[in-house]
Design a protein around this ligand. Sequence first.
Ligand code: DSN
Length: 425
Amino acid sequence: MQKDTLVFDLIRKELDRQRSGIELIASENFTSLQVMQAMGTVPTNKYAEGYPGKRYYGGCEVVDEIETLAIERLKKVFNCSWANVQPHSGASANAAVFLAVMKPGEKFLGLDLSMGGHLTHGSPANFSGKTYHAIHYGVTKDGIIDYEQLEAKAREEKPKMIICGASAYSRDWDYKRIRAVADEIGAVVFADIAHPAGLIATGLLNDPFEHCHIVSSTTHKTLRGPRGGVIMLRNDFENPWGIKDPKGNLRTMSQLLDLAVFPGSQGGPLEHVIAAKAVAFGEILSEDFKSYGKQVIANAQAMAKSFVNRGYQLISGGTDNHLMLIDLRNKNLTGKKAQETLDKAHITLNKNAVPFDDKSPFVTSGIRVGVPAITTRGLKEDHMETVVSYIDTVLMNTDDEATINKTKDEVKAFMQQFPLYPELG
Ligand code: DSN
């Protein structure tokens, strides 16, 4: 067969783009070469509906070993007793959790998208907000989760499930406090740790597993694995709603979650991606990954300090994790303008609503900046001032094409010090 040069040339172009820019999208990272290599392999040819040892097709003995290895490694990473590694994405993992816990129309409480939450935590545009009755908590004027509001809404509305987790929140979570109010009303606590998972895995942030019944994550953000999702339980438990199996036994939560992934919401698992997840989980168990986690936090704090020194307003005043949210209103800029102009200088990040934003989600008053990807490339605390100086130069000269182009060249030269996939030539 003739090589499809059209597609492979575009893939090469994307590699060049990734190499020459400063990647600050908080949800992105660069996997190791072996994680990528595992993805491009023959398990992609295999149908394996079901779970290891209980499949609907023959010839699954090897993919059973691959999937079991991924599960066992993930259990070790988070010290949990059960895991499902089949969700194709974080959104798919969350859809399965909803399917296992909630009936259509039932009520749950999650962080508002406009306050840093996620689409799958009850946005009216998403299945979670369309199928279930979403109510929300937010953050205080200081940008910290409004636990008092969360508790008041939980007591008043008695949701069946409380979701903690965010996609644009720079502080750690008080899972214990959320569990306490959930216990008062008999709610399930579900933590979506997609963003900070790698920092939780390395013990650098509070452990949600101590207090939350169910935990989901993506695998491609701070966990630095392939694109995908997972669901985990530290302790399995019988469902409190009386759901029974055909023999009349109460189903456990792990059974309900397995059923909700397959056949509830997915068909055949992506065993080549599960192989890559296994490789990534192996890497997370290494000492190198612990150093990576520490460096992520050190870099985020150094970057936050550089922004503050230049008069930028950080929501909540700083960060505990891998990202920061910046309100650009005092700089007379919108998030949209900032994102588009920085793109021209090969600095990639995303516009983001800030709490109590007066602009639409397509414009926004803020930007979200994250360091997981540049940390993987090898940037350290001392480099953060340089990165912030490039950002500041562009944002202070959004109509000056010459300055933007000059910064783009400087960015490219700067990033050459940090090779990305040199093995790929
Ligand atoms: N799109 C992801 C993020 O950027 O945070 C969340 O799904």
